[in-house]
Design a protein around this ligand. Structure first.
Ligand code: CAO
Length: 265
């Protein structure tokens, strides 16, 4: 999930960084043994548990033209209030609104035997954000996005990024998530196959915005800002039609950001 490079770092330094990603620009002269601990240990545990979930993959593209314009209009005003606003808070809010329509995606499947099993649809939209931090992949969550404004979500995301950078994310931020988003496009790439974070049942991966040719309503080729979105859902309790409808709802909010105003609280 993350990488680091430094022409002056030795293999020993890279091992000490603890993120398990050795990407020094020189060829190592000997094998390096990396102890599995900390975030790497947690990642192994989470991913092994995720393997037991049958992942349903679904992707689509989003025309970002209107949101790019909206964000550029709001960017300076938010900065004056001390908050950097990116596309993420809009995606988080759009997902929260879509989760209200399709609450099965904000659920957990509990119980290990057939008789014990129940689906718990959660009231709180605690949306996890996959973060590439200096110590590796972490997924802190923003609690109760259903009752927060886009500005409040942006402010919390700024705070989480600062805490992650300083290595100070406490377990309160890292537990209790109910749905996740991974902005892999912040690093690069278009499509992904995101891995569900148990006990959640859904995750979305956002690709990078690309300027690509598309047809307009009259059949002319136009420049469009396109972002690909890839979803994974737990196919034991979420079917293909539901993830497709959920995705359409998110796309509707992002392509027409004015529709986010209707549910403003
Ligand atoms: N396409 C185009 N531009 C993007 C973008 C995308 N997908 N994502 C971010 N940007 C832009 C932002 O809008 C911002 O632009 P300005 O400089 O003009 O303001 C800039 O890139 C930097 O954004 P950011 O990365 O600081 O902030 P963010 O809110 O978009 O994302 C975070 C925050 C934490 C999700 C991101 O920094 C990150 O860590 N992404 C990696 C996630 C990851 O590791 N996923 C894999 C998980 S599985 O191993």
């Amino acid at each position: 999930a993350s990488s680091s490079s430094s022409s002056s770092s030795s293999p020993a330094t890279a091992v000490e960084s603890g993120n398990g990603a050795l990407s020094s620009a020189f060829a190592a002269s000997a094998d390096v043994v990396i102890p599995v601990r900390g975030i790497t240990r947690t990642m192994i545990k989470t991913m092994e548990s995720s393997l037991s979930i049958p992942h349903l993959g679904y992707s689509d593209e989003i025309v970002m033209d209107k949101l790019i314009s909206v964000r550029s209009q709001l960017k300076d005003a938010c900065l004056e209030r001390g908050v950097k606003i990116t596309y993420m808070p809009f995606f988080i809010k759009a997902c929260s609104l879509a989760l209200s329509k399709y609450p099965i995606l904000n659920s957990s499947l509990t119980g290990s035997t057939e008789g014990e099993r129940v689906i718990v649809q959660k009231a709180a939209h605690n949306i996890g954000i996959a973060m590439d931090t200096p110590s590796g992949l972490l997924v802190p969550n923003i609690k109760n996005c259903e009752s927060k404004s886009i500005f409040e979500i942006a402010r919390e995301l700024n705070d989480l990024q600062a805490l992650a950078k300083a290595g100070k994310l406490s377990s309160a931020y890292l537990t209790g998530g109910s749905f996740s988003i991974s902005n892999i496009g912040a690093i690069g790439g278009t499509y992904a196959r995101p891995v569900i974070v148990p006990p959640e049942v859904g995750i979305g991966a956002i690709g990078k915005i690309q300027t690509l040719p598309r047809f307009d309503a009259t059949g002319n080729i136009v420049k469009a800002n396109i972002l690909n979105i890839s979803w994974s859902a737990d196919h034991r309790i979420v079917d293909g039609a539901t993830i497709a409808k959920f995705s359409n709802a998110v796309i509707g909010f992002i392509e027409n950001p004015e529709t986010l105003l209707v549910d403003l609280k």
